[in-house]
Design a protein around this ligand. Structure first.
Ligand SMILES: NC(=O)C1=CN([C@@H]2O[C@H](COP(=O)(O)OP(=O)(O)OC[C@H]3O[C@@H](n4cnc5c(N)ncnc54)[C@H](O)[C@@H]3O)[C@@H](O)[C@H]2O)C=CC1
Ligand SMILES: O=C(O)[C@H]1O[C@H](OP(=O)(O)OP(=O)(O)OC[C@H]2O[C@@H](n3ccc(=O)[nH]c3=O)[C@H](O)[C@@H]2O)[C@H](O)[C@@H](O)[C@@H]1O
Length: 375
């Protein structure tokens, strides 16, 4: 089962998982191993089991295993072929252990034994939520440090390099940004928070909520506030060009993309937004920005938006360019040409700290980058 597991409010919406369990119950014959690959709240396997057992037909039996997926978008095939580990959780009964062995056999075709970890079902389900929470926490931690850097003159890239060379900390997932996005980090941390609340562990719930979710929101808001301040505290009728709408490079996925929230704030201030993304299509952007959770006046949004198929036309006569996604092609654009076509002073706000600040300053840009004071 590798299917949708959205949130409804702050709790997981298990409607699709339940529906799939019922479908399996309806059609399965003989002995079946049901593998839960979706990211689910702890004890979801129990719900699946209950549904399957309540609909058991003669001669049919099930074992439910938890086998969470750890691939990241943009590197799915590499992650499939070379995962850090495979996690399989199952019942501690002989039948459960037999099912675990069967699934291990599938993975052993391309993954070494040492990378396959087996455990009980609840540990496996919780490990997936905990892994995403730890990854998101690292980003929120370095983003919190980026705020101190901007206020003091320290540089977040230097700080993250310095702390990342400590092998106990490690260098991955320490890139400060305009905030993390994607379909899973926020959903899974909120899932963990909900679990803590339902277990009456309010302090633990607060810990994850404030450290990770609130810091991520703060980072996005702080970035937009910086744009407004630098543009003389007025955005009405200014043209702002957004480079990148996907939640990260090498994907066209926009779920929970920080660009949505950056655009929302800019649109609320009356800015005209022109958007260029190499992979995300116009219809997706319109759907994201006119969603009732984002903007309450969709007709106003459409008046203020324009879409471009190349970055040069997108930035013509713009007051500012804002980098929201770290696409490689943004590293190699002709920024002199972009500068010449923009209104002056021409601003670049780099929400991914990918551009060469000194080169941009030499061209004449006013440059603002996450985690660094440049002007
Ligand atoms: N996108 C990612 O990189 C990762 C996703 N996950 C988890 O995997 C699960 C799926 O995620 P995505 O593929 O991103 O979601 P998605 O929304 O792109 O795809 C889910 C699919 O499930 C199908 N579906 C829904 N109900 C169904 C039912 N009753 N029977 C059959 N199919 C049904 C939907 O039609 C859709 O095609 C989620 O639990 C997510 O948290 C885990 C790791 C990585
Ligand atoms: O459960 C999931 O769905 C998946 O969630 C993430 O994968 P994904 O969301 O595809 O992408 P990431 O590479 O983790 O990036 C998430 C967000 O964090 C941002 N990020 C990442 C790393 C970093 O150092 N800084 C940073 O801001 C990215 O730009 C992006 O917006 C995890 O990395 C996967 O292991 C997990 O399987």
């Amino acid at each position: 089962m590798s299917i949708s597991s959205f949130l409804q409010g702050r709790a997981a919406d298990l409607r699709y998982i339940e529906a799939a369990a019922r479908t399996i119950g309806d059609v399965a014959e003989g002995m079946k191993i049901v593998v839960e690959k979706s990211t689910v709240p702890v004890k979801a396997a129990e719900s699946i089991n209950t549904i399957l057992r309540a609909n058991l037909r003669p001669g049919v039996n099930f074992q439910v295993l938890s086998n969470p997926e750890f691939l990241a978008e943009g590197s799915a095939i590499k992650d499939l072929l070379h995962p850090d580990r495979i996690l399989i959780g199952g019942d501690q009964t002989p039948e459960g252990q037999k099912a675990i062995k069967e699934l291990c056999w599938v993975y052993k075709h391309w993954i070494s034994d040492s990378k396959i970890i087996t455990m009980n079902t609840w540990s496996s389900e919780l490990s997936k939520l905990a892994a995403n929470a730890f990854l998101a926490q690292r980003i929120s931690s370095i983003n919190a440090i980026s705020a101190i850097c901007e206020a003091t003159g320290a540089c977040v890239s230097e700080v993250s390099h310095a702390i990342g060379t400590d092998t106990r900390i490690g260098s991955k997932f320490l890139e400060a940004s305009v905030g993390f996005g994607g379909s899973c980090f926020q959903k899974d941390v909120l899932n963990l928070v909900y679990l803590c609340e339902s277990l009456n562990l309010q302090e633990v719930a607060n810990y994850w909520y404030q450290q990770v979710i609130e810091m991520n929101r703060y980072q996005r808001t702080r970035f937009v506030r910086r744009i407004a301040e630098k543009l003389f505290n007025t955005l009405t009728d200014k043209k702002i060009t957004i480079f990148g709408f996907a939640f990260k490079k090498n994907t066209g996925d926009t779920r929970e993309s920080p660009a949505i929230y950056v655009c929302k704030h800019l649109l609320e201030e009356g800015a005209h937004i022109s958007i260029y993304d190499p992979k995300v299509n116009q219809q997706q952007i319109i759907e994201d920005l006119t969603h009732p959770d984002i903007m309450d006046k969709p007709e106003k949004v459409l008046e203020l938006l324009s879409f471009h198929t190349n970055p040069y036309s997108a930035s013509e006569r713009a007051h500012a360019v804002v980098i929201c996604t770290e696409w490689d092609e943004f590293l190699h654009l002709d920024y002199k040409k972009i500068y010449n076509s923009m209104l002056k002073p021409a601003f670049i706000f780099d929400g991914r700290k990918i551009l060469n600040v000194d080169e941009l300053l030499a061209i004449g840009f006013q440059v603002e980058t996450v985690g660094r004071r440049t002007t």
